[in-house]
Design a protein around this ligand. Structure first.
Ligand SMILES: [Fe+2]
Length: 277
């Protein structure tokens, strides 16, 4: 089944994020974020992908950030996907972290990383890079659900007086990352919950509430309640900009769409402009 017909039109979200200690030379830096492509023949149409690449290029970004889940479990389609992604343009490069679906099989991480690297995308797995200069490092963390999610080893390498951007696929990591300075964390993973109840928020928040009010012995008969909580703990961070302790978190709704589609939760391309605080 091709679930892309139950998607919604691509939406461009624009926001300005204030960064403390941002050097004046980086004020106005424009970052495009794409996430959760799920290029598997079912979740993402060629049309939507082409549209997103075109829209990103039209922004003429300084930096393009990709926050994981390029494929859905089988990593093979990454080799086709990169033939499209190679048309992404960015003045200072394209930086990526991996998501849980990119490491599903033992060989997945290597295959996905190699394909992205082949077209010049830098994959950061507990690594720091400096495309914007020494004064604004970019940290890319290993996926939260991998055995290698060790933020301490990476974050403690940085001088706490220097602002930094952190790429971490799963927004739940924001809870742990409160121990360190994170001026802006960029995440995906949630697809925004895919269903949004107008005036209420992401549908999984409601599902979690139902779960909390359902006696434990009964919960096993409603598998969806458990699955929802397994994907995410903090569904209140399903999309958009959030303050988490002293840190800022932005969650992109993703491009791909799982069954049974999206409702009031369109696929997203994010355009972030950095401003001084
Ligand atoms: Fe994910």
């Amino acid at each position: 089944m091709d679930w892309t017909i139950l998607s919604e039109p691509l939406t461009i979200e624009r926001l300005t994020v204030a960064i403390a200690d941002l050097p004046p030379s980086l004020t106005g830096t424009k970052i495009v974020q794409l996430s959760d492509l799920h290029y598997d023949g079912e979740c993402l149409s060629e049309k939507m992908l082409a549209q997103a690449i075109r829209a990103s290029n039209q922004e003429n970004p300084d930096l393009v950030i990709l926050t994981g889940d390029y494929v859905t479990d089988d990593p093979t389609p990454i080799n086709e996907l990169v033939l499209r992604l190679k048309y992404l343009q960015s003045r200072k490069g394209i930086y990526a972290c991996l998501g849980n679906h990119d490491i599903f099989f033992p060989h997945s991480k290597k295959e996905v990383t190699q394909a992205l690297t082949r077209i010049g995308i830098e994959v950061l797995w507990n690594q720091i890079s400096y495309p914007l200069g020494e004064e604004l490092p970019i940290v890319g963390l290993a996926d939260y659900w991998s055995s290698q999610f060790r933020p301490k080893e990476v974050m403690t390498q940085l001088d706490s007086n220097i602002p930094r951007l952190v790429l971490s696929h799963n927004p739940d990591t924001a809870e742990i990352l409160q121990k360190w300075r994170v001026d802006l964390q960029l995440s995906g993973h949630t697809h925004g919950g895919q269903f949004v109840i107008p005036g209420y928020g992401s549908a999984p928040i409601l599902v979690q509430q139902v779960r909390r009010n359902t006696p434990k012995p009964l919960q096993q008969f409603i598998p969806f309640l458990k699955q929802c909580s397994e994907v995410m703990k903090h569904w209140e961070w399903a999309q958009g900009l959030h303050q988490v302790g002293n840190n800022q978190l932005y969650v992109n709704r993703g491009l791909g769409t799982y069954a049974p589609g999206r409702l009031f939760c369109p696929p997203e391309l994010t355009v972030i402009t950095l401003a001084a605080q």
